[in-house]
Each structure stands twice: as C-alpha cells, then as structure tokens.
Design a protein around this ligand. Structure first.
Ligand SMILES: Cc1cc2nc3c(=O)[nH]c(=O)nc-3n(C[C@H](O)[C@H](O)[C@H](O)COP(=O)(O)OP(=O)(O)OC[C@H]3O[C@@H](n4cnc5c(N)ncnc54)[C@H](O)[C@@H]3O)c2cc1C
Length: 332
C-alpha cells in the first residue's frame, strides 16, 4: 500500500452475544481482500458479553480479534461504536474497514469516514483494489443496474457490504487468533443517545425455512384476498406460504413471510411460484430449492430461466384446477 497501511479490519456487530449473520458474511470477502493487500484480517467485535463471539471471529478466519466488550456497546449508538472502531483502527492500521450494510453500519461508516476525511464506498456487492485505489460495485435503480465507484486517493477507505452479497465462510472451530481486549472508558455525556428498549420484529408462526414445500405468491396474484389460492395449494401439499417483497411492501402479507435477499432464504424440496417475476433479489433466496415450478402468464418472465417446470398462464385459472387435481390424487 502506498500509505504504508495494509490488511483489512472488519467491524463485527453482535446481538445477545452472537455475531450477526450480516457480519459473518464480511469474513469471506475480508479474507480475499486481506490477501490482495498483503496484510492480515483483523476483526473488532462489538457488544457486551462477547467470549463466544470472539472465538467465533477466530473460527471464521480473523488473524487478530479486538474485543470491544462494554455495557455501553450492548446496543448500537454512533458515539460508542465510533470510539471502539477508532481504537481498533489505531491498533491495526488497515487499508480498508468493512462494515455490514445494516442500519448501524450505514450510520457508522460515513460518520467515521467524514471525521477522518477519507473515502466511503456504499453498499458494495463487489470490492477490489485496482490501480492503487479501491473500487466498489453497487446496485442502483432497485438492483437493475450495477455501478462502479472508485475511492479517491490511496488512503484508508471505508466500505459497507450489501447483505447477502457474500457467503459467510464455514467456521473452523480449531482455529485461534491473537485476541486483545480494547480498553474503552466512556466519559459521562460522551454517548449522546440512550437506547431505552429494543423491540424485536414479529417472528410470526411461519415455518418457511423448515417446510419441504413452499408456495410463494407474487404480485401476479392480483390482491391480498387471492392468497387463498396459495394457501389452498400449500395446504394440500402440506407446505408453507411465502411472499415476494412486492407483496409484503403492499401489505398483502406479513414481512416474516418474505423470501429473498431481504427476507428468508429457503431450500425446500419443492418451490412453487405463483405470479412471481423472478427478480434476482427474490431468486437469491430460493436457489437451494430442489425443484422449482413457476406459473406466470408472461412467457418471458425471468423465473422461467431457473424453473424446472413452468406453466405459462393465468394463476386464477390454473391454480384452482391444480389444487383440485392434487387433492383428488392425494385423497385429501
Ligand atoms: C435491495 C432490494 C432488496 C430486495 N429484496 C427482495 C426480497 O427479499 N424478496 C423479493 O421477493 N424481492 C425483493 N426485492 C424486490 C425485487 O426486485 C422485485 O421487485 C420483487 O421480487 C418482485 O415481486 P413480484 O415478482 O411479486 O412482482 P412483479 O415483479 O410485479 O411480478 C409479477 C409477475 O406476475 C405475473 N403475473 C401478473 N398477473 C398474472 C396472472 N394473472 N397470472 C400469472 N402471472 C401473472 C407477471 O407476468 C409478473 O412476472 C428487493 C429489491 C431490492 C432493490
């Protein structure tokens, strides 16, 4: 590195003492970039009660783990987290700092980058070192177009990573890392925000991730009431109902039923998509399905490219007949 810095620092968020999935995903890309910079992979783990999380960071591939364990870090605040990450940067002198594209990560990265007057690459799905500076690729226009952004200069750079863009590595429980506790003392009034309560989003009764059959309804079902078609079909197959984001955004179905990049990842034996176009943000969550069936009236719908079986037609006509036939065959 021209500025003498090398290596990668990951900002690892935890919840209830465990590393969050979006932070686990940082380790895959982190390892690759550390090799490219010829440096090591450091991780600063933030939260409260972090013994297990610190070992997991080592198992996931960190060479060096800095543990920022304090009651003040139990819930995210920019002031407390910025202080901890600043201390980790001073201790490791990385070429790049990677953060998950969570609400916290997107708050923290521009705050830290602005204070240090350095570059910040937002929402990267790819990241590489090219001709001495960092180049991030990020989706724009609802993911329809990818754009490349080059960081100005060759100095320290911050980047947030798009959720789901990289796969978390398999942990190696036997792996160890140099682990250091960061000494952090917070003065009264230094943390300007007090988190009074954390309210968990409704988990819902759905067993989407375990179901062997999942019937996903898309906007092509036309209205919320037509989800009866998906429910009846799922019921005759002993399966669960899922939804696309278009549907949950419309309020037709609860968010906990959403499948895809910002919803659940499923791997059933059988996936049936009703009026689902097959946008990449949806299909990324169904790739593990053994058999994919799609019913869509548009023969050019992208979902047909990955479907094992496709029916071109109107869901209103086809689904009731299919359900009836299956009920007769299965004797239900
Ligand atoms: C950052 C980001 C994250 C996202 N995360 C997710 C995610 O997690 N999950 C997700 O699903 N999406 C996600 N999306 C949204 C995604 O890009 C698509 O907009 C969404 O998946 C489209 O949903 P849909 O297929 O239901 O609707 P549409 O794209 O509107 O497709 C409806 C389909 O129904 C068909 N159709 C219409 N009427 C009928 C009929 N009567 N019979 C048969 N077929 C019919 C049409 O031909 C069309 O193909 C995300 C987008 C972004 C930018």
């Amino acid at each position: 590195m021209t500025n003498g810095a090398s290596g990668v620092l990951l900002v690892v968020e935890t919840r209830d003492g465990a590393i969050r999935e979006t932070s686990r995903e940082l380790f895959g890309i982190g390892r690759t970039l550390a090799s490219e910079t010829g440096g090591s992979l450091a991780a600063v783990v933030l939260g409260s009660g972090l013994d297990a999380a610190a070992s997991e960071a080592a198992a996931l591939g960190a060479d060096r783990v800095l543990v920022a364990d304090a009651p003040e870090l139990a819930a995210f605040t920019v002031d407390a987290y910025a202080k901890a990450v600043d201390a980790a940067i001073d201790a490791t002198s990385p070429a790049i700092v990677l953060l998950a594209g969570t609400t916290g990560g997107r708050d923290l990265a521009p705050f830290l980058a602005t204070r240090r007057d350095v570059a910040y690459l937002v929402d990267c799905v790819r990241l590489a070192r090219q001709d001495g500076s960092w180049v991030g690729t990020r989706p724009v226009y609802q993911g329809k177009v990818l754009t490349e952004v080059r960081a100005a200069g060759d100095g320290l750079t911050f980047a947030t990573i798009h959720a789901g863009a990289f796969v978390a590595p398999e942990p190696d429980a036997g792996r160890t890392a140099e682990t250091t506790a960061l000494e952090l003392n917070f003065a009264p009034g230094e943390i300007r925000v007090t988190v009074k309560d954390l309210v968990q989003a409704e988990a819902g009764p759905s067993n989407l991730e375990q179901a062997e059959v999942v019937v996903v309804g898309g906007r092509g079902l036309g209205e919320a009431a037509n989800f009866k078609l998906a429910e009846d079909l799922a019921s005759v197959l002993g399966g669960a109902v899922g939804a696309t984001r278009a549907v949950t955004d419309l309020g037709w179905r609860p968010h906990y039923e959403q499948v895809g990049q910002t919803g659940k990842t499923i791997a059933p034996k059988l996936y049936i998509g009703l009026g689902v176009s097959g946008a990449v943000q949806h299909t990324v969550g169904i790739r593990g399905s053994e058999t994919i069936v799609a019913i869509n009236r548009d023969p050019d719908a992208p979902i047909f490219k990955m479907a094992d079986f496709g029916i071109v037609g109107d869901v209103q006509e086809i689904v009731p007949k299919l359900t009836e036939k299956l009920r007769a065959v299965r004797g239900g």
